[in-house]
Design a protein around this ligand. Structure first.
Ligand code: 5GP
Ligand code: ZN
Length: 143
């Protein structure tokens, strides 16, 4: 298993950094976030170090997604969540602060301010069609 010295989440995988674990399989580990956005906020990581979304092995990414689905189901059934957000921050500009890939599994509770005070970080507003089309053209192009 590829680990990186000085990586916080590699330390959690190695057991040298304490964590509250809730799930483990061959490729992934899931533990509770120490700054939870809502009740039950957990982090799914690959055991093998990968810096971010662009760096992670596709098989590990798939394994993290399957684990996130499993943990999200438990949040609904066992915590009584009404919904779940899966969040990944890829890069500093996207709010990534720990550079070992992780999926946030964030249970959501309708009308329960004590368990969930999250709000959308943007106000949905119709976009300029020309800018949408221009971005779509670039996204379709081979990189
Ligand atoms: P990011 O901002 O990179 O998307 O998310 C990093 C997450 O890791 C944050 O939500 C933060 O609260 C969490 N975190 C940071 N340090 C630790 C730690 O030592 N243990 C645990 N369990 N979570 C941590
Ligand atoms: Zn790491």
């Amino acid at each position: 298993m590829t680990q990186q010295p000085d990586c916080l989440f590699c330390g959690i995988v190695a057991g040298t950094v304490p964590s509250t674990q809730v799930d483990e399989d061959e490729r992934t580990l899931t533990f509770m976030d120490i700054n939870p956005g809502t009740d039950g906020h957990a982090l799914v990581i690959p055991k093998a170090h990968a810096r971010d979304l662009y760096d992670i092995d596709p098989g590990d990414l798939a394994a993290c997604s399957v684990t996130a689905q499993r943990v999200a189901g438990r949040a609904v059934r066992q915590l009584g969540a009404d919904g779940v957000n899966l969040i990944n921050c890829a890069g500093e500009a996207a709010w990534q602060t720990v550079f070992h890939f992780h999926l946030h599994v964030v249970p959501r509770y309708r009308d329960d301010q004590a368990r969930d005070s999250l709000r959308l970080p943007w106000t949905p507003t119709p976009g300029d069609p020309a800018r949408i089309a221009a971005a779509a053209d670039l996204l379709r192009a081979a990189g």
